[in-house]
Design a protein around this ligand. Structure first.
Ligand code: LLP
Length: 423
């Protein structure tokens, strides 16, 4: 994914120096803007989707919109017939529809759907609600009945599967807030049996994020199939699909190679044998598709020397990319030009918080003021989690299409836009 040639950074074979030069020129002339920016390569998106389609034949993918919800990016995903959208809010539903996903390719997850969100999804006629509590199931039933509709619902279950990941991104354990417990499942079965405004469509589980082993998915598939059998006996009808959620991991520390770190072949080999032959199988990948699409480009503003290290203050900050601060996440920081020598750096942003630190005590080749660095694998949960903290504006995003053409897919936010809803 990343490489150096004559000490200049290449990203997926392209010169980041040339790209940065062209993008800064474009942003300056079109938007009078000269700060950090998100840089995308559209061809990587196509590579990722095609890779999933090839590695997991017959499976359906509901792209996790929360990981990266830019309209242009979504509209590129929507071109693939086997890709739908997994949304978690009315806002994401709005984005997915706007980007061109047909409603029957949208599923709606989330533990706290509001009545307005349920109404909007009922009106749109989405494929299915992924229901996370008995209270929600009752809400959906009531709102559907009021409109003489039958709501398509799937039960999000909690398989209590252990995965080896950061504590903030595990979701499939019993103590988590997500999904229905075994007791809830029995209650849900009774409700489904006696409520004409509900139609069961599928079963879902999401066991976490940053998963690198296939076994937890196989275990989850086995668990869901068992539950599907129980429901079939109780309701007299098979479910249409099992969704195994998202979670395919990306090794952020590995900058060489193609950023495929999940054993898809092993998964494919084992998973079919634990589910019914004709069962439709879904995954909801977010990070696997969106992380490698984008780098955050930022410039070194100032350097300060401290005992045993140098503090490099760059012009991007935690309000742009919060993953290192929130999850202790590692992102590669790649100088666009590799200078001679190396030093130990703290790479920090300008926000007034000590936690605004992208990397602590990291050895990098020497940096000079005004150097550009690329923060790698920034496409997932990057701009999607940005904020206006410290009244910093949201950064522009620029995409590079396959033909080498650059286009701005999100304009830089202006100060006026930042305050326009304030009174
Ligand atoms: N499906 C469901 C129901 C989810 O909750 C998630 C992510 C996904 C799919 C997509 O998971 P992925 O393939 O991206 O791992 N902000 C954190 C990650 C939070 C993931 C939340 N759920 C991070 O930056 O690491």
């Amino acid at each position: 994914m990343f490489d150096y040639e004559k000490n200049k950074l290449l990203w997926n074979g392209l010169s980041v120096e040339t790209l940065t030069h062209d993008v800064t020129h474009l942003l300056k002339s079109a938007h009078s803007y000269s700060g950090p920016f998100w840089l995308y390569q559209e061809s990587i998106l196509h590579d990722r989707v095609r890779l999933l389609e090839a590695e997991l034949p017959g499976f359906h993918f509901y792209y996790s919109v929360k990981s990266q919800s830019n309209l242009t990016i979504l509209s590129k995903m929507a071109e693939y017939a086997r890709v739908g959208a997994d949304v978690v809010s009315g806002g994401e539903l709005f984005r997915a529809l706007k980007a061109g996903f047909s409603a029957e390719r949208i599923v709606f997850a989330g533990v706290g759907k509001s009545e307005e969100e349920i109404q909007a999804a009922l009106q749109a006629k989405i494929r299915s609600f992924h229901v996370e509590s008995i209270s929600e199931l009752r809400d959906i039933a009531r709102l559907a009945a009021l409109q003489n509709l039958v709501a398509p619902v799937s039960l999000r279950l909690n398989p209590d599967v252990e995965v080896d990941t950061h504590k903030h991104i595990t979701t499939g354990k019993e103590e988590n807030k997500f999904g229905l417990s075994d007791a809830d499942f029995s209650e849900a079965t009774k409700i489904l049996k006696s409520t004409p405004s509900l139609a069961l469509v599928g079963l879902q589980a999401h066991i976490g994020s940053q998963i690198f082993a296939h076994e937890p998915y196989v275990e989850t598939a086995r668990y869901l199939q068992k539950k599907a059998d129980i429901l079939r006996a109780a309701l007299g009808k098979p479910v249409e699909y099992l969704s195994l959620g998202g979670g395919f991991g990306i090794d952020y520390k590995r900058t060489e190679g193609n950023a495929v770190d999940f054993p898809f072949a092993a998964l494919l080999k084992e998973i079919r044998s634990v589910v019914d032959k004709n069962m439709e199988l879904h995954f909801e990948p977010g990070r696997f598709i969106s992380a490698p699409l984008c780098v955050l480009m930022s410039r070194v503003r100032h350097l300060k020397t401290r005992t045993g290290k140098i503090i490099a203050i760059i012009d991007a900050a935690m309000n742009d990319l919060i993953r290192p601060m929130l999850y202790e996440a590692y992102h590669p920081i790649l100088p666009v030009e590799k200078r001679m020598g190396s030093a130990v750096y703290d790479i920090v942003g300008p926000v007034c918080e000590s936690t605004d630190t992208f990397a602590s005590q990291r050895t990098l080749t020497e940096l000079a003021e005004d150097d550009w660095v690329a923060i790698g694998y920034a496409g997932a949960y990057g701009s999607a989690m940005s904020s206006n903290f410290n009244a910093r504006v949201l950064l522009p995003a620029v995409v590079l299409t396959q033909e080498g053409k650059l286009s701005v897919i999100r304009k830089p936010q202006t100060f006026e836009q930042m305050i326009e809803n304030e009174i």
